[in-house]
Ligand binder design. Structure first.
Ligand code: AMP
Length: 189
């Protein structure tokens, strides 16, 4: 099963993806994690994208599509992928559909975690204080939210039209959200 955890930054996608990895043995494919690892390693890619992440803008579709394509065989072997933070634009979604179709696969479900903006801002200030991730600082976060609203939210109709979108209340506790994810997936699997 291939599933997309969809939502704005700080909606809880990473937290829920990690639980699904533990419980279902699926592979989490987080382009944000991959890009941060590239930056930490000092690779050519890392040097190229560092400024973009620091500003809170999106890196090019080409870069993230290539990162995902590299990891698809591993996810397939594990029985499925949880896409976390990818796709973030319509061209990325189209590329993902095409890459999966080439492998005889598809996206089975898109779970949208709905969280309102004041709650996101509150969560992010807490995460910034605890973890100090540079792009969680309040000014950069405004840019990340704007990128979500302008470039990523338009994916909702794309998946709704495919009949794959389930909307979940991401304001609930981690455990409650986990329960709604399991309920939504039990219908798919
Ligand atoms: P995240 O950890 O998913 O919030 O991603 C952190 C940052 O990495 C984003 O603010 C973007 O700069 C970049 N990024 C991650 N995933 C993507 C993507 N699918 N498309 C473009 N940029 C991305």
């Amino acid at each position: 099963m291939n599933l997309i955890l969809f939502g704005p930054p700080a909606a809880g996608k990473g937290t829920q993806a990690k639980r699904l990895v533990e419980q279902r043995g699926m592979v989490q494919l987080s382009t944000g994690d991959m890009l941060r690892a590239a930056i930490a390693s000092g690779s050519e890619l890392g040097q190229k994208v560092k400024g973009v992440l620091d500003r809170g803008d999106l890196v090019t579709d080409e870069i993230v599509i290539a990162l995902i394509e590299d990891r698809l065989p591993e996810a397939e072997a594990a029985g499925g992928a949880i896409f976390d933070g990818f796709p973030r634009t319509v061209p990325q979604a189209e590329a993902l559909d095409a890459m999966l179709a080439k492998r005889g696969q598809k996206i089975d479900s898109v779970l949208r975690l709905k969280v309102d903006e004041p709650a996101l801002i509150e969560r992010i200030s807490k995460r910034f204080a605890e973890q100090g991730r540079p792009d969680d600082n309040p000014e950069v976060f405004v840019t990340r939210l704007a990128a979500y609203n302008a470039q990523t939210a338009p994916l909702l109709p794309y998946y709704r039209e495919q009949g794959k979108l389930t909307e979940l209340d991401g304001m609930a506790s981690v455990e409650t959200v986990a329960g709604s994810i399991d309920a939504a997936l039990s219908v798919v699997a």
